[in-house]
Ligand binder design. Sequence first.
Ligand code: GAL
Length: 415
Amino acid sequence: MNWRVMKTAAAAALALGCATAGAQTVEVMHWWTSGGEGAAVGVLKKDLETRGVKWVDMAVAGGGGEAAMTALRARAVAGNPPTAAQLLGMAVTDWGNEGFLGDLNDVATKEGWDKVVPPALQRFAKFDGKWVAVPVNIHRPHWLWMNAKIFNDNGLKPPTTWDEFNAVADKLKAKGITPVAMGGQPWQEATAWEGIVLGMGGPDFYRKAVIEADPASLKSATMVKVFDQMRKIRGYVDRNFAGRDWNLATSMVIKGEAGMQLMGDWAKGEVISAKLTPGKEILCAVAPGTQGSYLFNTDFFAMFKVGADRRPAQLTMASAVMNPSFQEAFNLAKGSIPARSDVSGDKFDECGKKSIADLKTATAASHVYGSLAHGHAQPAAIQRAYLDVITKHFNSDMGSKAATEALAQAVLAAK
Ligand code: GAL
């Protein structure tokens, strides 16, 4: 090989080496492992591939993300965080406080994120005035999913109050049909509980009891009724509910093994991935009494501080997530609605369109609040205090009054 050939070969090898070392790769931690969630991840992965970014998957199973958060902490404290991690609202602030998150302000300014992301989400996406995370969706946790055939066959209508809900459930139970599909996990119980708090107490009560953690509201007569309703629901679930994953509960409703499920609209992702039409075979309605208000939880991809070699891919991913057509495609699969206010809802099904319209109405009335069960109402320690009491009550014979007192006490101690 002559000198010139050697030089060319060396340059080519170097170029190849650079291409490999700097290969646009993102390692992403998330807990999206159900059918619908997996389909949504697939949309993101494919989108990034078209931009030359390779996806390294770090999925940690477990609805609500508890296991994923433990795994993330282990990685981060070992000094080896992923490029991006799925985080819920307050967790972004926590990781920001600990100094782990990188600055996205350049790309945010260039692309005008400030103008298109609702302020309620910006509050979580920014830390210290800087964008550190990108919102991928808006989920609404307080939905009721119903099997249309079971409802039709039994002459039932979607309940709009908790009394109607109980009447429907009693009827199903009398027919030998499991009224409520549920998985006994603290976050699932809390998802039902916060819908009842909103539905029975209204938005101002939710604000006081959950957002402000006001002791008098936690011990109030309304809260006693909320726990009474939880006890009712306990009587409507099947014997095998303990520890069941949320998507298996959704599949009971899909298959006609149960009449209803109280669950966020990620359940709609399961309906879509089962090739059914939300609003047709599986009906959607907001949890009884919650029309006019909107609790939200948003999945953010928080961008961790990474070495310069991983930074370009990270910025490409941040920009890709914020792209309007990606937001549309992703949320069509996920069951949620776009986190940008300028994305058209035309392609969304009836339940998605309802979510978009309801968010507008609730925003105009200032009745939009963060979800407690999904990390947008209280920091982790206080959230845990609520969840501990809710789950203890649901899984024991604790009385409602005792539960309210335990709740007020636990929340006070955690503050
Ligand atoms: C929520 C998350 C959703 C959904 C759900 C069940 O906390 O925001 O995206 O995946 O958990 O895993």
